[in-house]
Design a protein around this ligand. Sequence first.
Ligand SMILES: [Zn+2]
Length: 90
Amino acid sequence: MRHDHLTPQFVEFIPEVMEQGVLYVSEKYHVANHLCACGCGEQTVTHFNCLQGWGYSREGDLVTLDPSIGNHQMPCRSHYYIQRNAIVWL
Ligand SMILES: [Zn+2]
């Protein structure tokens, strides 16, 4: 099932078992993980540097990741942005 938004969960450590539709964000370790929004279940890892304002911004519970998520190495070849929790498909 293709998702059109993700629900952020702010964690210290990314859990081993992740749920579909959840964006796990560890601001401490500067990483955001989620399962590919197309529903294929592939794990997607985004590294960012919030200290330098690169790759990640947060307004309350709304998370924006920049650059885009490109899963070109995966069979589904999904490509999308996460903007204020919403999946913007390219
Ligand atoms: Zn996928």
